[in-house]
Design a protein around this ligand. Sequence first.
Ligand code: AMP
Ligand code: MG
Length: 346
Amino acid sequence: MKLHPGHLLPVIAALLLPGCSGPETQRAEYFVFGTLVEVSLPGAHPDESEALFADLQQEFQRMHREWHAWEPGELVRINSELQTSGASLATAELADLLRRAQDLERRSGGRFNPAIGKLVALWGFHTSDFPVLGPPPPRADIEALVAMKPSTLDIATDGRRLHCANPAVQLDFGGIAKGFAVDLAIERIRGAGLKTAMVNAGGDMRMAGVPEGRPWRIAVRDPGGGIAGRIEITGDAAVFTSGNYQRFRQDADRRYAHILDPRTGWPVPHVASATVIGTEGVSADAAATALAVAGPDDWPRVARDMGVEAALVIDDEGLMTATAAMMAYFTPERGREVVVVEYPGE
Ligand code: AMP
Ligand code: MG
């Protein structure tokens, strides 16, 4: 199968290893926001999966229409109404996600901030074609946006009604969309009465149940190439990775990551990838983005504040640091070392 080049590869940080699916596994693939989403149902019968797969197809298409950060649709309409009149009416689902995003932004100390759509656009990252070529945008433009401090917390919600007085706010759910998509898929799969599933959105994934009594096995990519190690996990889990090594802007002398530090308006330097294991996609996705922004020194504190126990960060020189909880699941490749970090005290 031909994969859309600018889409799938940039977000892969982990891949499903063979061995956790037998011949009876039912599979389906979808594109959501340009990412390939693979659903595997080990042990399921085609009678159980057929209607479910059609349902997922519809749900993913709907998400794509409603949530796309720059293609005309629901979110683009909301952003433009907030910008022009300071008010808009969202779907219940989007309003709920916004409230969750507000909580995650607060807990991340503003490192995860899905209101920085204007900055993301300014850097040219509202595109499907990577790498983006050329120098950074004018410094003055970046500074002007950062000075206006766009935040999801500027938006007041009353049910589905949104109000926002900050014209610099532009919602971009790129940092949690995959989390939301895999959560929604797992919920539908469970709703159909199935207990064992893997939903893999380009290396970000959620698992449910235990396939044939064996753990799920996930390879963690080394940003420098090859595999850094393996995660083995039984039962329900979400494994999400954010990296600054595949989607980027390239000029004559350097690369600029697609993950921005909302406090400076500049792409995050240094961290190459941050992997989080949680129980649910949205929070693991937001946390992985926040840890990538936090960087090599700050990430343990941000992980603690966001309630993340299992996290692994690989820096731009290949040095791996992880929490003790992560080491219960993660085995580095032979010859690779992991520095285990403590959470800082209160
Ligand atoms: P992820 O791959 O989950 O880390 O998400 C990266 C995407 O989220 C980017 O392509 C942007 O659309 C958006 N984004 C970039 N920086 C941030 C940030 N600091 N907080 C929230 N979303 C961001
Ligand atoms: Mg994320």
